[in-house]
Design a protein around this ligand. Sequence first.
Ligand SMILES: NC(=O)c1ccc[n+]([C@@H]2O[C@H](COP(=O)([O-])OP(=O)(O)OC[C@H]3O[C@@H](n4cnc5c(N)ncnc54)[C@H](O)[C@@H]3O)[C@@H](O)[C@H]2O)c1
Length: 350
Amino acid sequence: MSLPQPSERAFVPFVSVAAMMKLIHQVGLDRMLRDLADYIEDDFRRWPLFDKTPRVASHSTDGVIELMPTSDGALYSFKYVNGHPKNMRDGLQTVTAFGLLADVATGYPMLLSEMTLLTALRTAAMSAMAARHLAPQDATTMAMIGNGAQSEFQCLAFRAICGIHTVRLYDVDPAATAKAMANLRDQGLTLIPCKTPEEAMEGAQIVTTCTADKQFATILTDNMIGSGIHINAIGGDCPGKTELHRDILLRSDIFVEFPPQTRVEGEIQQLDDDHPVTELWQVIAGTAPGRTAPAQITLFDSVGFAIEDFSALRYIRDRLEETGLYQQLDLLADPDDPRDLFGMLQRARP
Ligand SMILES: NC(=O)c1ccc[n+]([C@@H]2O[C@H](COP(=O)([O-])OP(=O)(O)OC[C@H]3O[C@@H](n4cnc5c(N)ncnc54)[C@H](O)[C@@H]3O)[C@@H](O)[C@H]2O)c1
């Protein structure tokens, strides 16, 4: 007896790691970073429409596992993501992720996707999009502190979106800097390896901190930050996991994604709960100022918010038809008679 075949609605497009890599190469990394920045910016512009909640975090001594849900009323998404700084020593990724996009009207999933690569792209696109609003307009040089898995994506997004052409790289582990230098060769960037974070800061108008440590860390001290700098701080994204000395925060105009999440996870966990911050979406919507003076120190206190993943999944969904880079997963039990789930099981008996 042949098994009953799943109905069309039971299949969910699945984008594997292999398919995602093909998709990125087919679209082109630069175009994809720019497109993702535009998708995120569009969604930030309609921010009030979204369901927003701080991500649900499950902490352990080794790291964190988080769920990041949101919805705009038509589409729903969530991402599963971990952060385990000690993983690298065991030959594992610090951050891995996958995510799902669903139709709010039926609750049926529409897309399941790998999101480890997609998170690296969306984080870089988000950082560069924020810098488009906050960094000095004539910025050409970025200090890149922390040269791990995210770092090349950050450098390339700042080149593609903000016109950065020189990157000064520093990592406590010189092997990480050597890896990033090799990966970024022939990408149209001037690359300068540095022996100290202070050296990396020389002549930079933008600094990205992208390190991974579970303890309160001080990657940048106050004396390293001159006037007019834009700080893109992405590695401080968990309670107890920060990168900047508190004094830098007190001298900066601080821009955040979603304050209820950032006050717990971001650099501003070091400040009083009512310390003034600006929500980045308001800058994008034109209701709050971004950079207003050349001497101003701007800080994007990035932790990563669910809407950025929603935008990234929406972008992948929009590319599925033209690329065909997915496989159909038999993910949902969907009997012809919706009330006959048991009958469907019975008919499948060998
Ligand atoms: N804000 C966001 O949206 C977002 C998104 C993804 C990842 N992250 C965070 O970004 C960070 C980096 O992620 P990754 O995947 O690149 O991690 P990774 O482990 O691959 O790389 C981290 C690098 O930081 C270096 N490092 C550690 N301490 C340092 C120090 N004091 N000075 C200079 N370098 C130092 C390590 O040697 C390593 O090369 C993590 O903390 C992660 O949680 C944030």
